[in-house]
Design a binder for this molecule. Sequence first.
Ligand code: PBG
Length: 326
Amino acid sequence: MPGPTVRPRRLRTSRAMRRLVAQTRVHPAQLVLPVFAREGATEPVPIRSMPGQVQHSRDSLRNAVTRAAEAGVGGVMLFGVPATRDATGSWATDPEGVLATAVRDVVAEVGDALVVQADLCLDEFTDHGHCGVLTPDGRVDNDATLERYADMAVVLADAGAHLLGLSGMMDGQVAATRAALDAAGHQDTALLAYAAKYASAFYGPFREAVESTLQGDRRTYQLDAANRREGLREAMLDVAEGADVVMVKPAGSYLDVLSDVAQASPVPVWAYQVSGEYSMVEAAAAHGWIDRRGVVTEQVTGIVRAGADAVLTYWATELAGWLRDA
Ligand code: PBG
């Protein structure tokens, strides 16, 4: 019996050959590090459910973003953990609040070496934990929330944010914040729309990270995990409203949606490897059940292969180091 003439294994014979024919390459510049800034912290506070991640003090935040920049990471996404919360998320629009302060600190520290991004959402700032303000009967009020987002956008742009991440999933949030930014002279502040953000159990550890206790759930505004077509629809709507970048979130369980959006989108498409995706790997690795570096590299490669132009990942700095050494 003659053997096969077509042998795909030829291209796998050596490390050099595999490297040369690799179709997907992850580069540090396409990684974004999410970080948490805790109001009043004098020391970094470990996040129990996210081993290796902390709520930063002002000093430790400066160190973390400097390390990210040195590793060649493309940007940071800042989240605020305020000391006080109320029904409307008043401190989200305080120019001296934790998030605006963190933005100013990070811009002062790294300048233009990183794209400095801030989460634009109310859930970290509301006492009920929803991403918006509520009607008297307890529903999330879309249009009243847009006014809060518009104000928050201007505060964060004033603080120097280069890009704002709209993660609240209110209808019309891109158009409303774009109009407010332009009216305030912030034409160059970019908008990242969390276009296809699914109502996900994978956000669990994030709630601890920002100390948010949610009353109810987010199913009236975040997408249903069952719906693929709707992910594309949301992304296209956000593009039409003027989004500069659209995002799919979470990443790993939504690679089909990511692929759909990547094929159709005229703007960059990013994906967010969220807290639960991080924690699961860290937990299994801590038991010695999986190879941590191998799994992280494989997951992020899979997300890029599916079509992400950039990936938000809590491993950004560490992964950038691995990629450099590879
Ligand atoms: C909303 C927001 C959330 C995350 C990012 N932005 C929480 C939510 O929608 O419940 C989750 C990120 C993660 O889990 O890593 N401000």
